[in-house]
Design a protein around this ligand. Structure first.
Ligand code: F6P
Length: 500
């Protein structure tokens, strides 16, 4: 049942104690820490109190969270505006038996293609140009960047932007004679991706490749459109229409990662995600990491008026995590109507932003420590550094992450207001034991479930994204001769000034 204002009233009235006061309870850290799948989640430095947890527990019950979870996990309709299930979990083994079986079949097909590339079916392959945008690019880019540094087998370049400069940059280190081009698009209609795919065909041709189309692999939920584009059926990796773009890295969309990291690593990624799935589905609320995280998010947006939250990866290997999460969270929960079309009537998900530590400390942390905005901060770190790196760097990196969380919380008084730190500023710390495919799979699945739980409590459908359509449509309209006349004077003036 969608929650009403009366349901939320308890939270609106709930006392929010300063962190220092909450820490008087010596059991706070164990109570607000969760260890799962090689990741420890520390929510102790958020303002969540036992009273808040009791309120959220009631809200979750009222909102039918358990039923919603079961619908998600059994492949029932959870995307009512498009009348379909959200079956990314089937990619990792949960869902209707048919969807799980189909996902497994398609993984086998993907594995077959990975094996074929390795066996030389495409000749000597040294690089992959992966073309896609949004969910068809951010996931593969994150996986390869996070886990592929020591995998010398293939150079992977991910190209998303329609800007020709992005194309030139992406192919700069690739040799057309030995590059495979993966065109990833769920719909196979996305303007940027098709434009870049055509540019890639021209690049292959100019590079002396006899059969440029023969170097193309399509990854899509619309295989007929890929065939229309000219890609042979044998080189199409399909995935289900019910797998949303921002939830699709587990499907064939993960192909460049499976190729670069090895199919075994890709399977470990899925297993890690499946472990987080079991945790989210089965753990009681008090020890359920995605749920506690969603409750903290809701405490800050619904009770304390936070408009943004920031995620800082204290590990260069995870530098793409914030941009990945921006799509996951904001495209899912950035909505102002409920799943049944009524006004949301309360803040939706916070704006997510972030960067990497320690860089961000020297750029934006001033505002976090002393600015007037409330910004819950999330530190994502990895206990074990990369084997090839000097451990002294990693040690300092981690110490910085932990010091920032402590400084935000404790603050420091000075008689000079400019040098005073108010403190009582919240943070969450997520510490992975190591960064391997299994752990990364679990981490990404954690964020998916946190987003889902937040959506259920807000009554939002996290699986559609109609908000992105109008701009696309108007870009198409503007491309038509004389179309600008129907547009506003500001837009017309811009078109004229740009000489379009
Ligand atoms: O415009 C938004 C969006 O539809 C995302 O949801 C999606 O991940 C992206 O575009 C790419 O779409 P496609 O995979 O169909 O090319």
């Amino acid at each position: 049942m969608p929650l009403t204002d009366a349901d939320w009233a308890a939270l609106a009235k709930a006392e929010v104690q300063p962190l220092a006061q909450l820490f008087a309870d010596s059991s706070r850290v164990p109570q607000l820490s969760v260890d799962v799948a090689g990741i420890s989640f520390d929510f102790a430095k958020t303002h969540l109190s036992p009273a808040h947890l009791a309120i959220f527990s009631r809200l979750a019950e009222e909102a039918g969270l358990h039923d919603a979870q079961e619908r998600l996990f059994t492949g029932q309709i959870v995307n009512p505006t498009e009348g379909r299930a959200a079956e990314h979990l089937a990619e990792r083994g949960s869902g209707s038996p048919q969807a799980v079986e189909l996902a497994a079949t398609r993984h086998r097909r993907m594995r077959g293609l990975v094996d074929a590339v390795e066996a030389g079916a495409f000749g000597d392959v040294t690089g992959v140009l992966h073309i896609g945008i949004g969910g068809s690019a951010l996931g593969p880019a994150l996986l390869v960047d996070a886990l592929g540094r020591h995998e010398g087998r293939y150079k992977v370049a991910v190209l998303s932007n329609i800007d020709g400069q992005a194309f030139d940059d992406a192919v700069a280190d690739l040799d057309p004679a030995t590059t495979l081009v993966a065109v990833a698009s769920k719909t196979f209609t996305t303007a940027e991706t098709l434009r870049n795919a055509r540019a890639a065909l021209a690049w292959l041709e100019e590079g002396g490749v006899d059969d440029p189309y023969g170097r193309l692999i399509a990854i899509t939920a619309a295989p007929d459109k890929a065939v229309e584009f000219g890609i042979d059926d044998t080189r199409i990796l399909p995935f289900a229409e019910t797998v949303g773009g921002r939830y699709s890295l587990w499907s064939a969309i993960g192909f460049p990662a499976a190729l670069a990291l090895g199919f075994g690593a890709f399977e470990e990624l899925l297993e890690g995600a499946a472990e987080m799935d079991r945790h989210f589905r089965l753990s009681p609320l008090a020890g359920n990491a995605p749920l506690l995280a969603a409750f903290a998010d809701l405490l800050y947006t619904q009770r304390l008026g936070a408009e943004t939250r920031a995620v800082f990866a204290y590990d260069e290997r995870l530098r793409l995590l914030p941009s990945y999460l921006q799509q996951l969270v904001m495209e899912s929960n950035g909505k102002s109507v409920t799943a049944d079309g009524r006004p949301l009537g309360r803040p939706s998900s916070a704006i997510l932003w972030g960067g990497t530590g320690t860089d961000a400390q020297h750029a934006v942390f001033q505002l976090l420590h002393q600015g007037t905005h409330l910004v819950p901060v999330e530190f994502v770190a990895v206990a074990e550094g990369d084997d090839d790196q000097d451990p002294a760097h990693h040690r300092e990196l981690l110490l910085n992450a932990f010091a920032q969380g402590a400084a935000l919380m404790t603050g420091r008084h000075s008689d000079d207001p400019a040098r005073s730190y108010p403190g009582d500023r919240p943070s969450t710390t997520i510490l992975c034991e190591q960064l391997d495919p299994r752990t990364l799979g679990a981490l990404i699945a954690f964020y998916e479930h946190r987003t889902f739980a937040e959506a259920v409590l807000l009554g939002i459908n996290p699986f559609d994204q109609f908000g992105v359509e109008l701009g696309k449509e108007m870009a198409r309209q503007l491309d038509e001769p004389e179309a600008a006349e129907g547009f506003d004077p500001s837009t017309r003036a811009l078109i004229e000034r740009a000489g379009l």
